[in-house]
Design a protein around this ligand. Structure first.
Ligand SMILES: [Zn+2]
Length: 176
């Protein structure tokens, strides 16, 4: 890949393939219509969608979906279509459940659904500096399912570690 083939995400600093859209992304951002610095670059978002697609196409990848979603949302806490600041807290709680408490991805998803239905109050946590963490690039380059799972897990740990200042709060929310 050459510098002309990619674009750097303003949030996670991933250098992701842009295909023909790099110029469009740069142009729209410059014109004030594109992503602000705190939102994922469109090419980063597309890389994330490609990661998720692996899990929909091939069952061997499916159980990585839970950590993939949680890692991406917590790494891009502003501007992802599916998560408000309060919902990012729930994804952080899911990361804690799977990584620290070794809950299975399926059990963590069941927990998230139950938690949302419960109407439990959510709090927004101030996002830390997230550049310097592993990014979508890490699992994107995995050659097979085993490498994909290992890379997603390493990426998720990297993002979880970046939120270290809030770990005690998140554990306390889980234990409430
Ligand atoms: Zn990004």
């Amino acid at each position: 890949m050459t510098p002309d083939d990619g674009v750097r995400c303003g949030t996670c600093a991933a250098f992701v393939p842009s295909r023909r859209s790099a110029r469009k992304d740069a142009t729209s951002a410059a014109a004030g219509r594109g992503p602000a610095a705190a939102t994922p670059a469109p090419a980063c978002w597309r890389a994330y969608v490609r990661l998720l697609a692996r899990g929909y196409r091939d069952a061997d990848y499916a159980s990585a979906q839970r950590l993939t979603v949680d890692a991406y949302v917590c790494q891009h806490p502003h501007g992802t279509p599916m998560a408000s600041a309060e919902q990012v807290t729930v994804h952080l709680m899911a990361l804690c459940q799977v990584l620290e408490r070794e809950l299975s991805p399926v059990a963590a998803t069941r927990w998230m659904v139950a938690h949302r239905r419960s109407g439990a109050p959510l709090e927004a946590l101030a996002a830390p500096q997230l550049s310097g963490t592993l990014t979508v690039e890490h699992p994107l380059s995995a050659a097979d399912a085993e490498a994909h799972h290992a890379a997603v897990r390493a990426w998720a740990w990297s993002v979880w570690d970046a939120w270290k200042a809030h770990h005690a709060t998140i554990r306390a929310l889980l234990d409430r």
